[in-house]
Write a protein that binds this ligand. Structure first.
Ligand code: 6PG
Length: 244
């Protein structure tokens, strides 16, 4: 697999990170729609991307993309109902979908189902919906332990090379998650990693040292054939030398 371009953007604060990420996403979406009539976009969960989704749904930006041509997927989901406080779908609905003037084509992970069923259903949906070229863009957050999507350190799923979606019990969270697997992430045309906050500074430093480890962190196992762009605010980039 060809090594990807890895681009690091360090931004002065979280608002600047959201602005830079929004502009990049809108540019990639516009290009994808122009090139093949659709934008296949997988969203990240957690807290960091909420501000990006809210910004994308503002009057200023919502009209900058033809959302009717956007196929919206999830990189992972908690095994909870869609109205549950922990649901990534609920977070995306409240921060983005409810604010958009038109509805994208939404492909939700059915977290309310039994984990294995939810994973099998989503794998079947990806097989139906996703072009052979894979996702145009996958958004990812980064955990302080180096997890991405719901691929956690020590998980057997990190060695998964065939399945596109798995159900994982995460001991440290005592909960089940549904997640895209590394082959799907690495097949994407573009990955954007959104990293904000001083509590991420250690893991950012660890990754940017580019030291080969016997047990690489999940984020270090990203070898996309496309482009991997990091958007890191100053708090998370505090141990790195230069800043944009
Ligand atoms: C999730 C996310 C997860 C998240 C990281 C970072 O479902 O929680 O997919 O991978 O991106 O845990 O979370 P924060 O953005 O909240 O720090």
């Amino acid at each position: 697999m060809t090594s990807a371009a890895r681009v690091l953007h360090t931004l002065p604060n979280q608002a600047a990170l959201y602005r830079a990420a929004a502009e990049r996403l809108l540019a990639l979406g516009t290009a994808a729609i122009a090139a093949h009539g659709a934008f296949h976009l997988a969203l990240a969960g957690g807290a960091t991307p909420q501000g990006l989704y809210t910004l994308l749904g503002t009057d200023e930006l919502a009209g900058r993309l033809d959302w009717t041509r956007v196929h919206l997927y999830f990189g992972d989901e908690r095994c909870v109902p869609p109205d549950h406080h922990d649901s990534n779908y609920r977070m995306v609905r409240e921060s983005l979908l409810d604010r958009l003037p038109v509805a994208p084509q939404l492909h939700r992970i059915n977290g309310e189902l039994a984990p294995e069923q939810a994973a099998a259903d989503y794998a079947a949906l990806l097989h139906r919906q996703l072009p052979a070229a894979g996702f145009d863009l996958i958004l990812l957050g980064l955990g302080p332990d180096g997890h991405i999507a719901s691929l956690f350190p020590g998980s057997d799923t990190l060695n998964q090379r065939k399945q596109t979606v798995t159900a994982d019990y995460v001991p440290k969270l005592d909960s089940w998650r549904i997640t895209l697997t590394l082959p799907v992430l690495n097949h994407a045309r573009h990955l954007m990693l959104l990293v904000s906050g001083a509590h991420k500074a250690d893991v950012v430093r660890h990754v940017m040292r580019n030291i080969a480890h016997a047990n690489p962190l999940p984020v270090e196992m990203l070898r996309p054939q496309g482009v991997l762009e990091w958007f890191v605010d100053a708090d998370a980039a505090r141990y790195l030398e230069h800043q944009d």
